[in-house]
Design a protein around this ligand. Sequence first.
Ligand SMILES: *Cc1c(COP(=O)(O)O)cnc(C)c1O
Length: 368
Amino acid sequence: MRKVPFFDYPQHWLRDREDMLSIIDKTASQGGFIMQEDLELFEKELADYVNCSFSLGVANATDAMEIYLQALGVGHGDEIIISAHTMLATASAVVMAGAKPVPVDIGEDNLICSESIEKSINQNTVAIMPTQLNGRTCDMENIQHLTEKHSLLLVEDSAQALGSKFKGKSAGTFGSAGCISFFPAKVVGCFGDAGSILTNDESLFNKMYAIRDHGRDKDGEVICWGRNSRLDNIQAAILRSKLDSYDEVISKRRLVATIYDERLNEINEIKLPPGPNDSEHHFDIYQNYEIEAEDRDSLKEYLEKNNVGTLIQWGGKAINHFKNLGFDQNLPNTKRFFDNCLMLPMNIFIDDDDVHYVCDKIIEFYRR
Ligand SMILES: *Cc1c(COP(=O)(O)O)cnc(C)c1O
C-alpha cells in the first residue's frame, strides 16, 4: 500500500545528502563556524530575495521576535495584539519582552481578523503582530490602516511565510520587523534550528545586530545588554544553497495545493483554504495545507489506517485555549476552526500520485 507521511524527516537530509555533505565539509574545513562569510552572504541574499534592506541571522524565529521586541523597547504594561491561531512562540516572545499578548479571533481566511483587532485596541496597546499563517500573507492594507489610525507599531510573525506576498510585497517587510523560521519542516528548512529577522530600519538593525551577539556592535564595542542568538555559519551555508532553488520549491507546493483544490472542492463536508489563484493580491507559498473537516477525528483516523499522515496544528490548541497560561477569551471563529482543522501532507517529497491518493481516501471516507 502507498505511504504518504505528513513530513519525511530522513528524506529532508537524504534527498540532497551528497550536496549537503560537501557544503558542510567545505565550510568546516575552512574553520568557518561562527559569524563567518556564509552568514554574511546569506543575510544579503535573503534580504535581496524578499526585497528589504536588511536581514539578520539568528538562532530561531522565536528569538527573532524576542530580539525585535526588545530592540523596539516594548515592555511592562504594554499590550500586543496577536492572532489566536498562531504558534505559542508568538505569545511567549511578547511575554519574554515583558509585555502582554492579546489573542484575537480569526476571519474567513483563517488569518487574524481586522475587526477583532480593532475591538481589542485600548490605551495600553502598543503593537499589532499578525501571523502570516500557513504561508499566506494577511490583507496588510487593513492592518496598516489600523496601525496608522491608532499610532501603533507593526511587527510580523512571518515565520511560516518566506516569499509569500500581499500586493507584490513580501511577508516580513511591511512593518518595523518580521521573522523567518528555518526549522527543518518549514518551507526552507535547515538541519536544526535557525531563523532570521527582516527589517528596513537601519538603526533598529544595528540594535538587533548587537543584541544577537552579547551587545557587541560591528566594531566589537559593547553598546547594550545582549545574548547569544547567532545563526551557525554551516547552517547559513546550507541555507544559501536552499535559497538558490527555493522558487522551484514554491512552484511545487502550489502545484500540490492546486491538485487538492481541484479534487476536494466537490466535498461538502470539507472547507478548503484559499486556492493558489483565488485572489490576485495574495501570493501563497503553502507552508501548510490546512482544511476544516466534518467529523475530523474519524477522518484523521481513517487516513492513518490508509498510511496518510496528517497533523492538527499546535497540538489542537489556539492561544486562547491555554488556560494554564492565564488565557480565557472566548473566540467563536477560532473555536469552530480548532474543532475541525486538519493539515494534509504538503511538502516537496510527495508526487502527484501521492496527492491523488490522499484525495481518493478523503473522498472515500465521506462517500462510504
Ligand atoms: C515555526 C513557527 C515559529 C517558531 O519558529 P522557531 O524557528 O521554531 O523558533 C513561530 N511562529 C510560527 C507561526 C511558526 O510556525
